[in-house]
Design a protein around this ligand. Structure first.
Ligand code: G3P
Ligand code: CA
Length: 350
C-alpha cells in the first residue's frame, strides 16, 4: 500500500468503530468568541481570574484544558507538567517529586499533576507562562490558585457563559489509571450541563476518546486538528488527512465541530496569509462547525500581513486578523484577547 492509502485505511478503520451518530449540534447564530485559557493575554492562564476577565471582555465560552490529580480531581492546566505555570519549583517539600516522564512520545522533566493530590496542588500558585512576551502579567504571579474543573463550571453557570473543556493527553491518563472522560461527564451532569442544548463543547486532539465521549454524553464534541503531525492515539493518521473532505465526513460521524489550527483556514505563503482554503466550506458541508485557534495579539503569533512593527512581543492587528477569519467563514475563534476579538466580531456583524 502507498503511504497515503495506509493513512486513509488507518483513519477509516478507526472511524468504523463509531456506530453512534454524532450529536445533532446547534449552529449558533453568530460566530463565537472563546476565551482561550481564559483571557490569557492579560492574566496567568487557567486561573479563575483569567476566566472571569474573559467573561467580562465578552467571551461567549471559556476554555479550560483539563488534566487529573493523583486522587482523580480534574483541574485546569494546559499540561500535566506544571513547572511553567506554577510556583511548584519553589516548594522544597515537593523537590523530590521532580522527575522525567514520556508523555505522548516526548520526554518532559518537571512536576506532574498526577503525582499530587488535589490538597497538595492547592498549596501552589499560578504564574505567567510567557513572562518574556507578557511581562505585565507577572504582576499577578503568586496570586491565584489552580482551579478545579468544578470551580470553572460553577463560574460558567453563575455567569451564564458556555464552557469548552479540552481533555489533555487522554490516552496517557488512561494508561496511569486516571481516565479523564468519566469524571468530566460526571462533573457536567452534576452542574446540569449535560443536555444537547447546553452551551458545552468537549474538545480533544485525540480521536478515540471523542468516539467514547460520543457514547457517554449528549453535549457537543470538537475534533482538534493541529497544523502538523496527527492524533497520538492513531499512529499513521495525519491531521492533514483529517481535513480532507473524506476526513471531515469521517469526523462528523462522532463530532460536531472542528477545532482547527488557523493555518488550515488561512494558509500562509512566505509568512503572509493567502486566500482561504476549502476547509471551512468542506467542514460545513460535512455538518461541522469550525472554530480556529489561537488568535493572539502579539506580532510573533500572527501572519506577517497583520504585524505592526518588528518587535515580536508588540501588539499586531488582532482586530484585522479576527475579521479575516470571520470573512473566511469560521463559526468561532479561540483568542487569548477576548476584548479585541469581541470588538472585531461586533464590528464585523455591523
Ligand atoms: O483547544 C484549542 C486550542 O486551545 C488547542 O491548543 O495547545 O492551546 O490547547 P492548546
Ligand atoms: Ca486548549
Amino acid at each position: 500500500m502507498t503511504t497515503r492509502s495506509l493513512i486513509v485505511a488507518a483513519l477509516a478503520a478507526a472511524l468504523t468503530l463509531t456506530a453512534v451518530p454524532a450529536n445533532a449540534h446547534r449552529r449558533d447564530p453568530d460566530p463565537l468568541v472563546i476565551g482561550h485559557r481564559g483571557a490569557s493575554g492579560y492574566r496567568p492562564e487557567h486561573t479563575l481570574a483569567s476566566y472571569q476577565l474573559a467573561i467580562d471582555q465578552g467571551a461567549d465560552y471559556i476554555e479550560p484544558d483539563v488534566v487529573s490529580t493523583r486522587d482523580g480531581v480534574l483541574v485546569a492546566r494546559h499540561e500535566n507538567e506544571i513547572s511553567g505555570t506554577t510556583d511548584v519549583a519553589s516548594h522544597p517539600e515537593f523537590a523530590g517529586r521532580r522527575t522525567t516522564k514520556v508523555i505522548d512520545g516526548t520526554p518532559f522533566t518537571g512536576w506532574f499533576t498526577e503525582d499530587f493530590t488535589y490538597a497538595e496542588l492547592s498549596t501552589l500558585r499560578a504564574k505567567e507562562r510567557l513572562p518574556q512576551v507578557r511581562p505585565q502579567n507577572t504582576a499577578y504571579d503568586g496570586q491565584f490558585l489552580i482551579p478545579t474543573l468544578d470551580e470553572v463550571l460553577d463560574l460558567a453557570v453563575r455567569e451564564g457563559v458556555g464552557v469548552y473543556p479540552e481533555t489533555k493527553h487522554p490516552t496517557y491518563f488512561d494508561s496511569v489509571g486516571l481516565s479523564l472522560e468519566e469524571p468530566l461527564v460526571a462533573a457536567l451532569e452534576a452542574h446540569d450541563l449535560d443536555d444537547r442544548s447546553d452551551d458545552v463543547i468537549i474538545q480533544s486532539f485525540e480521536v478515540t476518546n471523542l468516539q467514547d465521549l460520543n457514547r457517554m454524553t449528549r453535549v457537543d464534541l470538537g475534533q482538534l486538528v493541529d497544523a502538523t503531525r496527527g492524533p497520538v492515539d492513531l499512529p499513521g493518521v495525519t491531521y492533514a488527512s483529517m481535513v480532507t473532505r473524506q476526513g471531515l465526513r469521517a469526523i462528523s460521524t462522532y463530532a460536531d465541530g472542528l477545532g482547527a489550527h488557523k493555518d488550515w483556514v488561512l494558509p500562509r505563503t512566505n509568512g503572509a496569509t493567502t486566500t482561504p482554503s476549502t476547509v471551512v466550506r468542506d467542514a460545513h458541508r460535512a455538518d461541522l462547525v469550525v472554530h480556529v485557534w489561537t488568535l493572539r495579539r502579539e506580532n510573533q503569533f500572527m501572519a506577517t500581513n497583520f504585524r505592526i512593527g518588528t518587535d515580536p512581543n508588540a501588539p499586531g492587528d488582532l482586530f484585522a486578523e479576527t475579521q479575516a477569519f470571520l470573512d473566511a467563514g469560521v463559526d468561532g475563534v479561540f483568542s487569548d484577547n477576548p476584548d479585541i476579538a469581541s470588538a472585531a466580531l461586533a464590528d464585523w456583524l455591523r
